[in-house]
Design a protein. Structure first.
Length: 147
């Protein structure tokens, strides 16, 4: 499971600055300038700790994979970078094994899984989509809702 300390420890170990920045267009954004990385967090757009955890988890996916794109580039696809970051999150925090454990504990609805993992539903849905559509994992025996 993801914890905020995972994000901050990664940033500290890799010399990534975490900068509070009110007015950021998104709750979080990762930038790179040559070999220098920084994550900007707009705390005014994170109305809950769960949302903050989701933003930090997602930005960690970008940092760990290097999946960044130029804002104005016609050649780099935003979806590609987002997909790589989401894949990394699924493979490291929202694993098939973690989902199976949650289902065994009785968490079967999307909102319940969001509470179980303490991440936004969008993060959970992205990871479930990855396991089902990309890896062809079937959770049917444990959770018919997602099949």
């Amino acid at each position: 499971m993801f914890d905020l300390s995972d994000f901050y420890e990664y940033c500290k170990a890799n010399q990534v600055d975490v900068i509070p920045y009110a007015g950021c267009p998104q709750p979080g954004a990762t930038i790179r300038d040559q070999d220098y990385y920084a994550v900007f967090l707009d705390f005014s757009k994170t109305s809950s700790l769960r949302l903050l955890r989701g933003v930090c988890c997602h930005e960690l996916g970008h940092l760990a994979t290097g999946a960044l794109h130029k804002v104005d580039s016609p050649y780099e696809l935003v979806e590609r970078s987002e997909s790589r970051a989401n894949r990394w999150i699924a493979e490291h925090f929202l694993t098939e094994k973690a989902f199976r454990a949650a289902f065994e504990d009785g968490y079967t609805e999307l909102w319940q899984l969001a509470e179980y993992f303490d991440l936004p539903e969008e993060c959970i849905q992205a990871a479930l989509n990855y396991w089902k559509e990309r890896k062809n994992v079937q959770f049917q025996e444990q959770n018919p809702v997602f099949n």
